[in-house]
Design a protein around this ligand. Structure first.
Ligand code: RB5
Length: 152
C-alpha cells in the first residue's frame, strides 16, 4: 500500500520507526514531515496527510502526535477522511473492521515503538467487516455530505 505518514514534534521519533517498519513490510511509506523535534503545529501535518489520502495519492495515512487526539480532530475535518485514535492492538483492529478508518492517529508519548508496529500491522491487514458496519459508516459519510445536518 501507499501510506502517507506525518507527525508533529511529539511524534517525530516514533514516525521514523513507523516508516522503517512500514517499508520493511513492503509498503510504499512516504514521510510528510515534520523533519525535526522543533515545535510545530500538528494541524499542518494532519492536513497534508489527510489531503494525500482524500486525493488518492495515498491509500492510507498514519499520524503521530503526543496523544493522537489533535491529529484526529484536524484530519477528520477533511472530506473523505475517517481518522481514528487507537491505543491498543484491539482498537487498531476495530478501527479497520468496524470503522473503515483510512487514517490511524497514534499517541507517540503514550505508546512504545513495538506496540505501534503491532498496531500498524493489524490495522493494515484487517479487512472492513461490511454488513451492519457498512450502514453505520455510510451514515457518518452522509453527515459529512449534509455538512452536519442530522438527517436519517
Ligand atoms: C504537542 O505538545 C501536543 O499538544 C501534540 O503533540 C498533541 O498531543 C496534540 O493533540
Amino acid at each position: 500500500m501507499k501510506i502517507a505518514v506525518g507527525s508533529d514534534h511529539g511524534g517525530f521519533a516514533r514516525k521514523a520507526d513507523a516508516l522503517d517498519f512500514l517499508r520493511s513490510e513492503g509498503h510504499r511509506a512516504f514521510d510528510m514531515g515534520t523533519h525535526s523535534e522543533d515545535s510545530v503545529d500538528y494541524p499542518d501535518f494532519a492536513l497534508a496527510v489527510a489531503k494525500a489520502v482524500a486525493g488518492r495519492k495515498a491509500d492510507r495515512g498514519v499520524l503521530l502526535c503526543g496523544t493522537g487526539i489533535g491529529m484526529a480532530m484536524a484530519a477528520n475535518k477533511v472530506p473523505g477522511i475517517r481518522a481514528a485514535v487507537a491505543w491498543s492492538v484491539e482498537t487498531a483492529r476495530l478501527a479497520s473492521e468496524h470503522n473503515k478508518a483510512n487514517v490511524l492517529c497514534l499517541g507517540a508519548r503514550q505508546l512504545d515503538a513495538g506496540l505501534i508496529r503491532e498496531m500498524l500491522k493489524v490495522w493494515l491487514s484487517t479487512p472492513f467487516g461490511g454488513g451492519r458496519h457498512e450502514k453505520r459508516v455510510r451514515k457518518i459519510m452522509r453527515m459529512e455530505k449534509d455538512r452536519g445536518r442530522l438527517s436519517r
